[in-house]
Design a protein around this ligand. Structure first.
Ligand code: AP5
Ligand code: MG
Ligand code: ZN
Length: 206
């Protein structure tokens, strides 16, 4: 199954993707995670990506498309994949159509007003990538899954988030219509608890 998770920053794409990848046994491919690991390793891609991510802007299409194209050619994608954070522009979606067949696009829909709180309260595991929210951590500072230290993402500050949300509205939201017209769009209410959202996605995916 070739699936895309669409949604605004903080909608819960990463949170759901980890669970869906396990259930459907397909790789979770997050372009944001790929960029962050390149930034950590100070690779040429990381250096380019950092200059855009720090400002809450999109990394140029030609860089991003090439990364995803190469990733989808890997052996573990032959039975499907779960893309989280790609495509994010109509050009990326058009490019993807030339090298893969998208079967389902899940739009995780969360009211704009709730996103800022979700993002600024997010803490992520520096090792396994699991996401948490300070409201549910009860002061804990380590990962419940692997014990590593929780960190705050560099782009999870109010200034960068404002720009990420604006970029989403302008450049990514048009993909909802793009995929609706192709008849592959599934919209899920992302404003419930994590389990509830997970169950609605599974129901829609069948
Ligand atoms: P990326 O890493 O993809 O960030 P994003 O799209 O801004 O999305 P987030 O990761 O912030 O949110 P999420 O939907 O994964 O939410 P999460 O599950 O963590 O991209 C980062 C940057 O990289 C971009 O700005 C761009 O510069 C660049 N980039 C990436 N892809 C690109 C592309 N294709 N083209 C160009 N540039 C690209 O949840 C958020 C919080 O909410 C957590 O605290 C979580 O615990 C909590 N939460 C989750 N679900 C629920 C729930 N149901 N109820 C309550 N709380 C919840
Ligand atoms: Mg994410
Ligand atoms: Zn962890």
């Amino acid at each position: 199954m070739n699936v895309i998770l669409l949604g605004a920053p903080g909608a819960g794409k990463g949170t759901q993707a980890v669970r869906l990848a396990e259930k459907y046994n397909i790789p979770h491919i997050s372009t944001g995670d790929i960029f962050r690991s390149n930034i950590k390793g100070q690779t040429p891609i990381g250096i380019v990506a950092k200059s855009y991510i720090d400002k809450g802007q999109l990394v140029p299409d030609e860089v991003t498309i090439q990364i995803v194209k190469e990733r989808l050619e890997k052996e573990d994608c032959k039975n499907g994949y779960l893309l989280d954070g790609f495509p994010r522009t109509v050009s990326q979606a058009e490019a993807l159509d030339t090298f893969s067949k998208v079967e389902a696009v899940v739009n995780v829909d969360v009211p704009l007003g709730k996103l800022l709180k979700r993002i600024t309260g997010r803490r992520v595991c520096g090792k396994c990538g699991e996401s948490y929210h300070v409201d549910y951590l009860n002061g804990k500072t380590d990962c419940a899954k692997c014990g590593a230290e929780l960190i705050q993402r560099a782009d999870d500050n109010e200034v960068t988030v404002a720009s990420r949300l604006e970029v989403y509205e302008k450049q990514t939201a048009p993909l909802i219509e793009y995929y609706a017209q192709k008849g592959v769009l599934l919209t899920v209410d992302g404003d419930g608890d994590i389990e509830k959202v997970f169950n609605s996605i599974c129901e829609k995916l069948g």
